[in-house]
Structure formats: C-alpha cells, structure tokens
Design a protein around this ligand. Structure first.
Ligand code: HEC
Ligand code: HEC
Length: 152
C-alpha cells in the first residue's frame, strides 16, 4: 500500500481537495464489452476506441477548447503514426511530463490544461476503459498517454 507523501501544506490541500491521494474508480468491464480492457484483443480495442472513447473524449477536449481541438481524432492522442495503424502508448509526440511535486512544473506553466488533464481527461479515460485512475497504484495515469519523468 503506497501513501501520498506530501511535503507542504499546499500540496496536502491540493491532494485532498482536487486530486485525492489514492486511486479512484473500479476495475471492471468497460461499457459495451463483456470482458476487462486487459483481455480485449486488438480489434476489440479498436472497436472500443471508436464507439466509447472517441465520443466521450472528444466532448471533454472540445468542451475545454473547441478551436484548439476542432480536429480531434485518434491522432490527438496516438500521434501521426495512428494513420498507419501504430497506436503505441504512451505517445512520444505528446509533451514529456515531469512528475516531481505532483507535476508542479506543469501546474505552473499550463495550469488550465493540467487541471483539465487531472480533473477530466484522466477520469473520463479511466472510466471509459474501466480502470482505476489517479495517484497511488492506479492502473490508469498520465503515464498511459505521456512519457513521464521523475515519477516516484
Ligand atoms: C483521448 C485519447 C485517445 C483517443 C482519442 C484514442 N485513443 Fe486509442 N488509446 C488511448 C490510450 C490511453 C490507450 C492505451 C490504454 C492502455 O494503457 O492500455 C489506447 C489504446 C488503443 C489501442 C490498443 C493499443 C495496444 O497496443 O493495446 C488501439 C488499437 C487504439 N487505442 C485505437 C484507437 C483508435 C482507432 C482511435 C480513434 C478512433 C483511438 N484509439 C482514439 C487513448 C486514446
Ligand atoms: C488520455 C490521454 C491523456 C492523459 C491520461 C493525460 N493527457 Fe495530458 N495531454 C493529452 C493530449 C491529447 C494533450 C494535447 C495535445 C495537443 O495539444 O494536441 C495533452 C496535453 C497536456 C499538456 C500540455 C499543455 C499545453 O498547454 O500544451 C500537459 C501539461 C499535460 N497534458 C499534462 C497531463 C497530466 C499532468 C496528466 C495526468 C494528470 C495528463 N496530461 C494525462 C493526453 C492525455
């Protein structure tokens, strides 16, 4: 069992108020499927991405910034290789993240996007795949999409 070790009061408050110290959600069977994400084969995953992930995540990204994400598609998360069937994650074309102090660098440099990622993208994606998400030993984290450095 890992605990959320928070060095300052500010981080402690952030942790309690908006992030939560442990994983959220439950491991289960994703909407429309009959077995867990880990057991789906490539074509079932593909189908699930189109039927469940795309509409849900498009609403999250375009709800935040319709202009920036006007062309939302598989490539927004998977990168240019997805046009040739390469869906490898994490996607090195997304910004590499520094996880130190609960992603402090990113909370400073891009507060709105980091908040969106934390409060909406990660939860919606974790729920779409029926995986636990958040901190601690969550199954689905920032590192499923981004390359993450300095993770504890
Ligand atoms: C919002 C981001 C996002 C979008 C949009 C998205 N995906 Fe994904 N996709 C992911 C993530 C994250 C994973 C990896 C989940 C994991 O860690 O197992 C994934 C996994 C996959 C996989 C399985 C890859 C493997 O090696 O297991 C396939 C295939 C896939 N996506 C296809 C698609 C297709 C096709 C589309 C467009 C219709 C799409 N994805 C749209 C985030 C996204
Ligand atoms: C489902 C995949 C996914 C997950 C999970 C995810 N991100 Fe992202 N992230 C993206 C995509 C897609 C973009 C936008 C790329 C673009 O602008 O086209 C992005 C962009 C960012 C940016 C760039 C902000 C900017 O202003 O350009 C930061 C910082 C970021 N994410 C941090 C995080 C953090 C921190 C987490 C974990 C709490 C996280 N992300 C989880 C997919 C993801």
């Amino acid at each position: 069992m890992r605990h959320c070790l928070v060095p300052t009061l500010a981080l402690a408050l952030l942790c309690m108020a908006s992030v939560g110290c442990g994983p959220h959600g439950e491991t289960g069977v994703p909407e429309g499927q009959d077995k867990p994400w880990a057991e789906l084969d490539e074509s079932e995953r593909m189908q699930h991405m189109g039927a469940v992930v795309m509409p849900r995540m498009q609403a999250v990204f375009q709800g935040h910034d319709p202009k920036r994400f006007a062309n939302f598609g598989c490539a927004t998360c998977h990168g240019g290789g997805s046009a040739n069937g390469d869906f490898t994650m994490p996607n090195p074309a997304l910004p590499t993240l520094d996880a130190s102090n609960l992603y402090k660098k990113h909370r400073k440099e891009s507060p709105e996007m980091t908040k969106l990622m934390w409060k909406e993208v990660e939860p919606a994606m974790g729920e779409s795949l029926a995986l636990t998400y958040g901190l601690g030993d969550a199954q689905f984290t920032c590192a499923n999409c981004h390359i993450v450095e300095n993770a504890d």
